[in-house]
Design a protein around this ligand. Structure first.
Ligand code: SF4
Ligand code: FES
Length: 218
């Protein structure tokens, strides 16, 4: 789950960093190396860039480990108009939008615009990805079966609820577009069961294999 959140206060922007949700995708370091420098202490220096530029780079963080608060009256992070689920090759599901994660009792665990969800089964921070897919040598190209054009009746937007089923898949409810890793194939819908045990033969979708392998997760 979400872990300790570190706060870095600047004149115009406060940066918040959730250590447990960072998988070192390094979008931040690439985007603004003068602000995000893992070899420096503190590693975040919010005043080293303009507020708008800093906000833009933070919203590129695919896991939601980074967030910002404007202290200068500037705009807060917009909620994306559409919910998307990006299937990463050999990696997690990157979900963007108006995302709400609920537990099996229906309690809200997190609301966010960006989350990275484990689909290899080995994260120790489920349902979030913690980067362990790399050492587990999880392999899946992130392909989707061919899909047709976006259906006319598809209504984008609204809240996307993610419920990690006990010992089972991620149950998603709400308007969503699922994108293959190469971005070429897309699937549209309002309900999905996505594999999070790593064993499905129909990835990214669940095919019931979690029962055969005895997948365990609350
Ligand atoms: S972009 Fe986000 S996940 Fe990637 S290194 Fe920076 S904080 Fe971590
Ligand atoms: S969660 Fe992996 S097959 Fe169901």
């Amino acid at each position: 789950m979400s872990g300790k959140v570190h706060e870095y206060r600047g004149r115009n922007v406060t940066v918040r960093y959730d250590v447990k949700r960072c998988i070192h995708a390094a979008e931040c370091v690439r985007g603004l190396p003068q602000v995000f420098d893992p070899d420096r202490k503190p590693w975040v220096e919010p005043d080293a860039a303009g507020a708008d530029q800093l906000a833009e780079v933070i919203t590129r963080c695919p896991t939601g480990a980074l967030h910002f608060e404007r202290e200068d009256g500037g705009p807060s992070e917009p909620v994306p108009a559409e919910n998307t689920v990006g299937v990463a090759a050999d990696g997690p599901l990157y979900v963007k939008g108006d995302v709400e994660i609920v537990d099996s009792s229906g309690s809200i665990v997190l609301r966010d615009t960006r989350v990275a969800l484990c689909r290899c089964g080995v994260s120790r921070n489920k349902p979030f990805c913690d980067g362990r897919h790399a050492e587990a040598e999880f392999r899946d190209a992130g392909a989707l079966a061919e899909s047709g054009p976006r259906p006319d009746e598809f209504e984008a937007g609204g809240r996307l609820t993610v419920n990690p089923a006990s010992n089972g898949p991620l149950l998603l409810q709400g308007s969503m577009e699922i994108r293959s890793a190469d971005g070429r194939t897309r699937s549209y819908g309002s309900k999905s069961a996505l594999c999070r045990c790593g064993a499905s033969k129909k990835k990214p979708f669940c095919d019931g294999s979690h029962k055969e392998i005895g997948f365990h997760s609350d």
